[in-house]
Design a protein around this ligand. Structure first.
Ligand SMILES: Nc1nc2c(ncn2[C@@H]2O[C@H](COP(=O)(O)OP(=O)(O)OP(=O)(O)O)[C@@H](O)[C@H]2O)c(=O)[nH]1
Ligand SMILES: [Mg+2]
Length: 209
C-alpha cells in the first residue's frame, strides 16, 4: 500500500510552523517528491485559487505536485482519501498551535501510521520562551516528548540567553531529541535535509547569526 512519510509541524501559536512547512514543501517539490499538505485553516497558509473540488471537500494544488486540503473532513478521512487517490511520498501537516499534538496520534495510528513513519518537528520560538515557561508548561510537557527533532527558530531576532533558555527547556522535557537552531528566513538545503532526516549534525552552533 502507498504509505507516505508524515511530517508534523508542531509548536505553539505563531512559532513558525507554516513558514517551515512551506519551505520544506517547496524543497520536496523541487526534488520531484509528491507531497500533500494538511493544515487546519487554509486561509492561514496563503494559497490561492487553484481550487479543485474533489473528494467532497476542497483540495488545492500547490507548488507543482503538492496538494493541500483542510481538516474540514476528519483527519482520518482526509488521510485515507489522500492515500487512496494519490501516490504520495510525503504528507506535511500543520495542526493548530493551540491544540495538543498528542491528540493527533490516535487518529494517525488508526490510519496505520507507526511512530517510525511520523516525523514530529517541534518548533520553539525563543523570543517567547519566558512566557511559555510561565504559562504553557502543560503544552510543553505534552508536545516536546513527542518530538523527533526540535527547531529553535528566530535566532536572528532572539538573544543568546533566550536561545540558551529554549535549549534548556527542550532538554528538560526531552533530553534525547536533536535541536536545530535556525533563522527561517535563511534556511538552507542542508538544514532542511537535517529536519527531514531528524538528525542534527552539530548540536551546538557557535555562532547563532
Ligand atoms: N525573524 C524571524 N521571523 C520568523 C522566523 N520564523 C518565523 N518567523 C515569523 O514568525 C511569524 C509566525 O510564523 P508562522 O509560520 O505563521 O507561525 P505559525 O506557527 O504557523 O503560526 P500559527 O499558525 O498562527 O500558529 C511570521 O511573521 C514569520 O515570518 C525566523 O526564523 N526569524
Ligand atoms: Mg500557521
Amino acid at each position: 500500500m502507498n504509505k507516505p512519510k508524515l511530517i508534523l509541524f508542531t509548536g505553539f501559536l505563531g512559532s513558525g510552523k507554516t513558514s517551515l512547512l512551506l519551505k520544506v514543501a517547496r524543497y520536496l517539490a523541487g526534488q520531484k517528491k509528491q507531497c500533500a499538505i494538511i493544515v487546519n485553516e487554509i486561509g492561514e497558509i496563503g494559497i490561492d485559487n487553484l481550487q479543485m473540488k474533489k473528494m467532497g471537500y476542497d483540495v488545492w494544488e500547490l507548488f507543482g505536485g503538492c496538494i493541500c486540503c483542510t481538516l474540514a473532513a476528519s483527519l482520518e478521512d482526509t488521510i485515507e482519501q489522500l492515500t487512496k487517490n494519490y501516490v504520495l511520498e510525503y504528507i506535511l501537516m500543520e495542526p493548530s498551535g493551540a491544540a495538543d499534538p498528542g491528540a493527533l496520534y490516535q487518529p494517525l495510528h488508526h490510519c496505520q501510521f507507526t511512530d517510525d513513519q511520523i516525523n514530529n518537528v517541534f518548533i520553539m520560538d525563543p523570543t517567547r520562551v519566558e512566557m511559555f515557561e510561565a504559562v504553557l508548561q502543560p503544552y510543553l510537557q505534552s508536545a516536546i516528548p513527542l518530538a523527533n527533532i526540535t527547531v529553535i527558530n528566530k535566532i536572528d531576532v532572539a538573544s543568546v540567553e533566550e536561545i540558551e533558555t529554549s535549549n534548556q527547556v527542550i532538554k528538560k522535557y526531552n533530553d534525547k531529541v536533536p535541536i536545530l537552531k535556525i533563522n527561517l528566513n535563511r534556511l538552507d538545503e542542508n538544514q532542511i535535509q537535517q529536519i527531514i532526516k531528524r538528525k542534527v549534525e552539530k548540536e551546538h552552533v557557535s555562532e547563532y547569526l
